[in-house]
Design a protein around this ligand. Structure first.
Ligand SMILES: [Zn+2]
Length: 232
């Protein structure tokens, strides 16, 4: 009988630690044994919700769902707890919502569809694995087809003041000056035949969406629809 060698024992420890780091539980409700359960998936497939942001946003705003329950848990797990495996799941939900909006006539039709991720603050999870909103948008393009692409154009300026504690109006003004274009927009983004969707994870007051659409408008890009995963 062969004894378990030290290397094999170490591998066992590594596997156990790996399991601890990424437990296989539903990212929406914590049910064990699956990364995303059918109950939470049904909520992700609900009809998109029209939002009425407190801050005026220069485009209609829609959410895949309400910012509570499984969607809230999944967004936080992706953003704050490194659950990158939820990006494709949430991306499918975003794509399904956009396809529904197109069916309803609430998303203009065009030859191209540009998904522009809203700027996100650098968090520990982001430093580890890149921008979660961009990852969700990239996953959504898989279902939306070859006419859809992600255009990462926006970033938060490094010296932006923290908006915490500011009122909604002051927050918009503060944010508007603190969002940068990371590069010259490609000509296709300015084309009338391109439908532009600003994508974010959560919309609460609408300040980030308002500031982002204004920054893009200043660069000649008209946002047609704001689409977020979860709306307050
Ligand atoms: Zn679940």
């Amino acid at each position: 009988m062969r004894s378990v060698g030290p290397l094999r024992a170490l591998r066992g420890v590594a596997a156990a630690v790996g399991d601890l780091a990424v437990p296989l539980v539903c990212g929406g409700c914590g049910r064990p044994g699956t990364p995303w359960c059918p109950v939470c998936d049904a909520q992700l497939r609900d009809a998109p919700r029209a939002l009425a942001p407190r801050v005026e946003v220069d485009a209609p705003a829609w959410a895949v769902g309400r910012y509570d329950g499984p969607l809230r848990a999944a967004v936080l797990a992706l953003k704050e707890h490194g659950r990158r495996d939820l990006a494709p799941i949430l991306g499918d939900g975003l794509a399904a919502a956009l396809l529904t909006l197109a069916q309803w006539g609430d998303l203009p039709s065009g030859r191209r569809l540009a998904l522009i991720p809203a700027p996100t603050k650098a968090s520990a999870a982001r430093r580890r694995g890149g921008d979660p909103v961009a990852a969700v948008a990239a996953s959504a393009t898989g279902l939306l087809g070859p006419r859809a692409r992600v255009l990462p154009l926006l970033a938060t300026a490094p010296l932006a003041r923290d908006s915490a504690g500011l009122g909604a109006g002051a927050r918009t003004a503060n944010l508007a000056g603190s969002i940068d274009l990371t590069r010259t927009p490609p000509a296709a983004a300015l084309d009338d035949d391109t439908v532009v969707v600003l994508v974010d994870d959560v919309l609460t007051t609408g300040a980030t969406a308002a500031a982002s659409t204004r920054r893009l408008a200043a660069a000649g890009i008209v946002v047609d629809v704001v689409a977020v995963l979860a709306g307050a």
